[in-house]
Design a protein around this ligand. Structure first.
Ligand SMILES: Cc1ncc(COP(=O)(O)OP(=O)(O)O)c(N)n1
Ligand SMILES: Cc1ncsc1CCOP(=O)(O)O
Ligand SMILES: [Mg+2]
Length: 214
């Protein structure tokens, strides 16, 4: 099982089967990893559980070969079944405290926050419940139309002020947002369409990493 380290959150790829198109999820993730993606999440709200297990096993093998952590969105059962490195849990998913109880200390647990109240709640939980935060949406995005109100970059700075957990910013993120978001306190950025819908996922990943320096 791969643990999270300081570099793992720099460029977080969240998959979307529809946006990957005919290329497919695995053949999007493979070049994205070659381009420098540092962590991969399988997110598919349309798949049946059996379909999810199949693609999760494929991505687990691809990410293990690349030496980067593999996380499953929402589904602790699927994450444990396939030997994923982590699970990402939102505000209406299995509670992270319960997930930690079931999963033990080794599994990476990520949690979504979109406001100060939600980040303050995390601080009340036992130490080690959550390994990282996903903060957003930064901008409104068609990839998740029913998301909370967009924070903007200033909102990300305010919510992360004083937060000791590493956080990735998510929602409508393009190259030009990477450096300002890191300056606002994010350890990295999480993207769906910027890589999944790109004609060349490797080039898209390289451009997002290069944008850290802009
Ligand atoms: C890295 C990361 N951050 C936030 C989310 C959003 O999770 P959630 O709030 O559970 O919403 P869904 O993705 O399930 O629609 C995420 N998946 N990854
Ligand atoms: C899963 C998720 N959570 C908040 S916004 C979002 C979708 C981000 O997608 P994109 O990078 O295409 O805007
Ligand atoms: Mg969720």
């Amino acid at each position: 099982m791969i643990r999270l380290d300081a570099e793992s959150l720099r460029l977080y790829l969240v998959t979307d089967r529809a946006l990957c198109g005919e290329r497919g999820v695995a053949e999007t993730v493979r070049p994205a990893l070659a381009g420098g993606v540092t962590i991969v999440q399988l997110r598919d709200h349309e798949a049946t559980t059996r379909e999810l297990l199949d693609i999760a096993r494929e991505l687990r093998d691809i990410t293990t070969a690349a030496g980067v952590p593999f996380v499953v969105d929402d589904r602790l059962d699927v994450a444990l079944a396939v030997g994923a490195d982590g699970v990402h849990l939102g505000q209406s998913d299995l509670h992270p405290v319960d997930a930690r109880r079931v999963a033990g200390t080794q599994l990476i647990i990520g949690h979504s926050v979109s406001c100060i109240d939600e980040i303050e709640a995390v601080a009340e939980w036992p130490d080690g419940t959550v390994d990282y935060l996903g903060i957003g949406p930064v901008f409104a995005t068609p990839t998740k139309p029913k998301a909370a109100a967009p924070l903007g970059i200033d909102g990300v700075r305010e919510v992360l002020d004083g937060c000791e957990l590493p956080a990735v910013a998510i929602g409508g993120i393009k190259d030009i947002h990477v450096a300002p978001l890191r300056a606002a306190g994010a350890a990295g950025v999480a993207v769906v369409s910027a890589v999944c819908a790109a004609p060349d996922p490797a080039a898209a990943a390289r451009a997002l990493l290069a944008a850290e320096e802009l």
